[in-house]
Design a binder for this molecule. Structure first.
Ligand code: 4NP
Length: 160
């Protein structure tokens, strides 16, 4: 398998996409595929650039055995469209923002909505937990675990 590069994208890069990055990283390590697949995350907005992930997200993820270590950065269209093979957005607004930066439509096939990889969760988007309580963070983790399972299967399938 060639090395496949995944970039998860949310709004602030402090809740959803860093959690997706940590979950996917663990699934890749557990599957002994760390030489084949690498993972990163970024945000549409740069407001939290340079900050660690939201403490609530880190704590909830930790309880499930995931360690979120990433530092927030803003999506870089000049670099990220070329560098990554799968650019995966968390909600419809993220999807619209990222596709609108692909002005020539050269990278349409790389941009995906995270929900399309879910097998059991049937919501349309990975909801923003920033203004939510504990349930909001747990719900995000349930969705992300489900979607990461589907995404890993899809990548393995795409590389057969
Ligand atoms: P995220 O959540 O997009 O999952 O990182 C958010 C984090 C911060 C803000 C919004 C959403 N904010 O408005 O600062």
């Amino acid at each position: 398998m060639n090395s496949t590069k995944i970039l998860f994208v949310c709004l602030g890069n402090i809740c959803r996409s860093p959690a997706a990055e940590a979950i996917m990283t663990k699934k890749i390590l557990d599957s002994d595929m760390e030489w084949d697949i690498s993972v990163d995350s970024s945000g549409v907005m740069g407001y939290h650039t340079g900050e660690p992930a939201d403490m609530r997200m880190k704590q909830h993820a930790n309880l499930r055995g995931y360690e979120i270590t990433s530092i927030a950065r803003k999506f870089n269209p000049g670099k990220d469209f070329k560098e990554f093979d799968y650019i995966i957005t968390m909600d419809d607004e993220n999807y619209r923002d990222i596709t609108s930066m692909d002005t020539e439509g050269n990278y349409t096939n790389k941009i995906h909505k995270m929900m399309k990889f879910c097998k059991t969760n049937k919501t349309d988007e990975v909801p923003d937990p920033y203004y939510e309580g504990r349930e909001g963070f747990e719900k995000v983790l349930n969705i992300l675990e489900d979607a990461c399972n589907g995404l890993l299967e899809k990548i393995i399938d795409d590389n057969k």
